[in-house]
Write a protein that binds this ligand. Structure first.
Ligand code: SAM
Length: 264
């Protein structure tokens, strides 16, 4: 069977890595487990050592029969594009909680992270193999090159850590990038945003041109008098670049901008 590049088909060939990913799910009896892209089933097999059944989304219909033959009724195969699929078909109750464990096709990383963000209350633990560079961005600290929009968006709702790095040679065919496994758990101390729309607009602009100062980037959403007022009001040094601002500083900035807009 020819691996399809457009479906991100780089199959994991190392059983010990699959076992480590499944173990990181910390599955407890009775929990609902999802996988995205079971492929030939190396990770599904490892997950099924901990869970009696597994729900898995797979877009490639050629894999349906081999997967069914291998796992039978224990695998609830959803033959669909996980991004287009309406998750509310499965998430049937407000207290529905899922553990998601997957080696994802890398081209769906951004839309998948957005979808996870939107449905975050339903995920108790997420273990994902992603591109190494994405893992760096998701776990980045303020002031580093990897720190940016993706970091702030996802760290707002999840604690994220890197479980392990996975070299490209452990996949077939060998991809052009290295990988890493990340673990995401819901953040208990997630800050409540007064104006989420403005906050996301702010961080979007703050990182739009990374080499520019925050002041120059903010000129896209604020007038010059508003900027001057902002600098005076809280002694914010807006000549700093966006990457030097912490989450708390962005939130404070956002609140100030909201009040400035209110009066002007
Ligand atoms: N889990 C297997 C492994 O570790 O070897 C396969 C991982 S492979 C990187 C990604 C898998 O996702 C492929 O089986 C591919 O067919 C499937 N896939 C690609 N796009 C998908 C989508 N939008 N929805 C569901 N599955 C998808």
């Amino acid at each position: 069977m020819k691996a399809l590049k457009e479906l991100g088909q780089n199959f994991l060939i190392d059983g010990s890595v699959a076992s480590a990913i499944a173990a990181a799910g910390e599955i407890v009896p009775g929990e609902i487990v999802w996988e995205i892209g079971p492929g030939k089933g190396i990770l599904s097999e490892a997950i099924l050592r901990y869970a009696p059944t597994l729900t898995a989304f797979e877009l490639d219909r050629r894999l349906e029969l081999p997967l069914k033959e291998k796992f039978g009724q224990r695998l609830n195969l959803v033959r669909a594009d996980v991004i287009r699929y309406d998750w509310s078909e499965l998430i049937i109750a407000p207290d529905y909680r899922v553990k998601l464990i997957a080696n994802i096709p890398y081209q769906i990383t951004s839309p998948l992270l957005s979808k996870l963000e939107a449905n975050r209350e339903h995920f108790s633990r997420i273990v994902l193999m992603v591109q190494s560079e994405v893992a760096d961005r998701l776990t980045a600290s303020k002031g580093t090159k990897a720190y940016g929009l993706m970091t702030l968006r996802l760290q707002l709702y999840f604690n994220i850590s890197i479980l392990m790095r996975v070299p490209r040679e452990l996949f077939d065919p060998v991809p052009g990038v290295d990988s890493a496994v990340i673990v995401m758990t819901p953040r208990q101390d997630s800050p409540v945003l007064r104006d989420p729309e403005l906050f996301f607009q702010l961080i979007h602009h703050a990182f739009q041109h990374r080499r520019k100062t925050l002041r120059n980037n903010l000129l896209q959403i604020l007038t010059k008098p508003q900027l001057v007022a902002l600098e005076k009001q809280d002694k914010f040094d807006l000549t700093r670049r966006g990457e030097t601002f912490s989450e708390a500083e962005f939130i404070r900035l956002c609140d100030l901008i909201a009040s400035l807009r209110h009066v002007s």
